[in-house]
Design a protein around this ligand. Structure first.
Ligand SMILES: [Zn+2]
Length: 406
């Protein structure tokens, strides 16, 4: 396999999370006996452009068939995107004549904010079920992958865009070159392309390796993104860290003719990345070593509880819980059920590990001895919701960033 950004053919493998089913392919009861598809989940590093990427790419048609992730079910996400739309509108002085296009618009979570300011919006979303939810809420959404045809269609009907956004989707796309070429066609000359991607430095420093799954093909540093956009005649003019998905960066990109001044934050972040060794394989090998140690610690907590005949439930079944459970080989023999607050997931079973997903009433009917918070980035929210169980003596495992039992 060649590097997605620079086409170099000397990718170096540094971490294996084993063979794993697709993190989002939750199963219906009648599917439990079917043969599940497993794919290698391994990361490699390109020493030429510094991109970290998966060694094996699953066909996107298989991956996005049953996409169950609905952004707006989380309060924190709703807030994040509402602030984001407000900041963009103010900074780039958007008005009722402006057009904002969101790639991978999910249920319209970001576009709702823009629309509230009277700005024209269009979402592009490949998953049929979530794009239907957006449509039903009045967010104009094209159910498709982002491609040339979609771009021509938008330009014909609405003109060129002032703002194109892509939040937590840039990592999902194999052919990022054709996406950015299409973005260039869609944007006005002075238009701005804003992406949010999971930040590899946060993954390394905060040990958020459960964000590694087949849908995330690339794991970006600013160093790699700079190489990428410059190779397509675009430039990054600002960057900021945001706290979604265990730590991401929001990157502001413009065409060569764009009129935004480059922020000093760019060089500061690039220098910091070099200092942290993000341009060298060693930093990644060190990360892998720590990942294996954390797995051992989580497994020993769970095995310790089971040895005392304690019952364990999970809280939260985000995609990343699939990585954690499969990598740690923690299945239905260890965890009786998982609570999830998304009604789309209740009644389903976790991929590979086959743990039933239920609604939160189950905690009252069948209170466990311990709850492992799989959606650990919402640990605070979840601990608040489950306070009465803590008061009754239920213990909690927060698996990451550093496994702890409270
Ligand atoms: Zn490369």
């Amino acid at each position: 396999m060649n590097c997605r950004i620079c086409n170099d053919n000397k990718l170096e493998k540094f971490l294996s999370l084993g063979d794993s089913p697709l993190a989002n392919s939750f199963l219906r009861k009648e599917e439990l006996d079917n043969n599940e598809l497993y794919f290698p989940l391994e990361l490699c590093f390109c020493s030429n452009c510094s991109l970290v990427q998966l060694s094996y790419i699953v066909d996107p048609k298989v991956m996005f068939k049953n996409y169950l992730y609905v952004s707006s079910t989380s309060n924190s996400f709703r807030q994040h995107f509402s602030h984001m739309s407000r900041d963009i509108v103010n900074r780039f002085r958007l008005d009722t004549g402006s057009l904002a296009v969101d790639i991978g618009s999910n249920d319209g979570i970001l576009l709702k904010g823009f629309k509230g300011f009277g700005i024209s919006v269009i979402g592009v979303e490949p998953a049929e079920n979530v794009s239907r939810i957006a449509q039903e809420q009045g967010i104009d959404t094209i159910n498709s992958f982002f491609n040339e045809e979609v771009v021509q269609n938008i330009i014909k009907n609405k003109g060129k865009a002032d703002i194109v956004t892509a939040c937590n989707v840039f990592a999902h796309i194999d052919d990022i070159s054709s996406v950015v070429e299409n973005v260039k066609k869609l944007l006005k000359d002075e238009g701005v392309y804003i992406i949010e991607v999971q930040y590899i430095l946060r993954t390394l420093e905060d040990m958020t390796f459960d964000n590694i799954y087949h849908e995330h093909l690339s794991y970006y540093s600013l160093t790699a993104l700079k190489y990428f956009f410059e190779s397509h005649g675009m430039s990054i003019f600002d960057v900021e860290e945001v706290n979604t998905h265990g730590g991401s960066i929001r990157v502001f990109v413009q065409k060569k003719r764009g009129n935004n001044q480059a922020s000093s934050r760019i060089n500061e972040m690039l220098e910091h990345e070099i200092k942290k060794g993000l341009d060298k394989l060693d930093a990644y090998l060190e990360f892998a070593k720590r990942v294996y140690l954390i797995r051992d610690k989580i497994v020993s907590y769970v095995n310790g509880l089971k040895a005392e005949n304690k019952s364990i439930s999970g809280y939260g079944a985000p995609a990343k819980s699939s990585t954690l459970l499969n990598f740690c080989k923690i299945g239905k023999d260890k965890i009786d059920y998982i609570i999830d607050d998304s009604s789309l997931k209740t009644g389903l079973y976790t991929p590979g590990t086959h743990i039933p997903i239920v609604s939160s009433e189950k905690l009252d009917m069948d209170t466990p001895d311990c709850i492992i918070i799989l959606a650990w980035n919402f640990a605070e929210e979840i601990l608040k919701k489950t306070e009465k169980f803590a008061n009754k003596g239920v213990r909690f495992i927060i698996p990451l960033p550093e496994p702890k039992m409270i």
